[in-house]
Design a protein around this ligand. Structure first.
Ligand code: IPE
Ligand code: IPE
Ligand code: MG
Length: 254
């Protein structure tokens, strides 16, 4: 095959990972409490889900609340918890109807019992769906994820189920969140900051990174399409040379 695949139109990310940032600033610019920004941000979540469903993207992972976000002022954390609960009550029926499988990744034990129960119920209810795999990272940190995977390996070694020599990238990867999905191909962060903020540290190893100054509540389909177009124009080399990639158009490192 010749080399036209490099910019082939069919280059759609299978898995999109998003840091939804800028809710607080959106509200502050309007002289409103930060919680108002978080409510506006919840609407933008639907914009993003609709977009993925329309475009046929297989997996969407949204960073909703980091391990570090627990350190925010009590009233902001409280407002976010209320918002999570409302969203869980309000949105799950519709997600289920649209064929979305929902899961939550992160340290679930840190949430109150009511939220935990709603998360369990949403996951159980949508388990059979496969149009879009939606993962909500809540109380999530990439370092926590790697640490819990390491603990799981150590437990298996201590119990005699695993030899230390068997610990390799695949063994650790299998114990990380989202190991059943293709690694994120495209990472998007709104809000203008160019950092990962302890999101999927391992899983993003070869993701294409895309940033926008737009604040999360302002997100629209045009912006998401710009990210997709940019993604489609990039050459993913996975450590190989451009010539190697050109001669093996469908190969990736995953
Ligand atoms: C992202 O928006 C949502 C959460 C972290 C929960 P922010 O609340 O971080 O908004 P900014 O960055 O302060 O504008
Ligand atoms: C990252 O945003 C976490 C989420 C969007 C949930 P932050 O606003 O917490 O990130 P930093 O602190 O600015 O890096
Ligand atoms: Mg922020």
């Amino acid at each position: 095959m010749p080399t036209e695949h490099v910019n082939a139109p069919a280059r759609l990310p299978r898995h999109l990972a998003v840091i939804m940032d800028g809710n607080g600033r959106w509200a502050e610019r309007r002289r409103r409490p930060r919680a108002v920004g978080h409510r506006a941000g919840a609407r933008a979540v639907n914009v993003c889900i609709d977009f993925c469903l329309e475009r046929g993207i297989e997996a969407l992972t949204l960073f909703a609340f980091s391990s570090e976000n627990w350190g925010r002022p009590e009233d902001e954390v409280g407002a976010l918890m209320k918002l999570f609960l409302n969203a869980l009550e309000r949105e799950v029926d519709e997600l289920d109807r649209r064929g979305v499988r929902v899961r939550f990744i992160g340290e679930r034990e840190r949430f109150g019992e009511l939220i935990r129960r709603q998360m369990d119920a949403a996951e159980a209810r949508t388990r059979g769906n496969d149009r879009l795999h939606l993962s909500i990272a809540a109380s999530y940190g990439g370092r926590w994820d790697i640490a819990q995977a390491a603990r799981s390996l150590a437990q298996d070694v201590a119990a005699g189920r695993l030899q230390p020599e068997q610990i390799d990238e695949a063994a650790l990867n299998a114990r990380l969140c989202l190991s059943d999905l293709p690694a994120p191909d495209l990472f998007i962060r709104t809000g203008g900051d160019m950092r990962i903020s302890n999101f999927l540290l391992w899983q993003l190893a070869y993701a294409e990174l895309w940033f926008t100054d737009l604040l999360w509540p302002e997100l629209d389909a045009v912006t998401l399409q710009r990210a997709l177009d940019d993604y489609a124009s990039r050459e993913r080399r996975f450590g190989l040379t451009g010539a190697q990639v050109a001669s093996r158009p469908h190969e990736t490192a995953e």
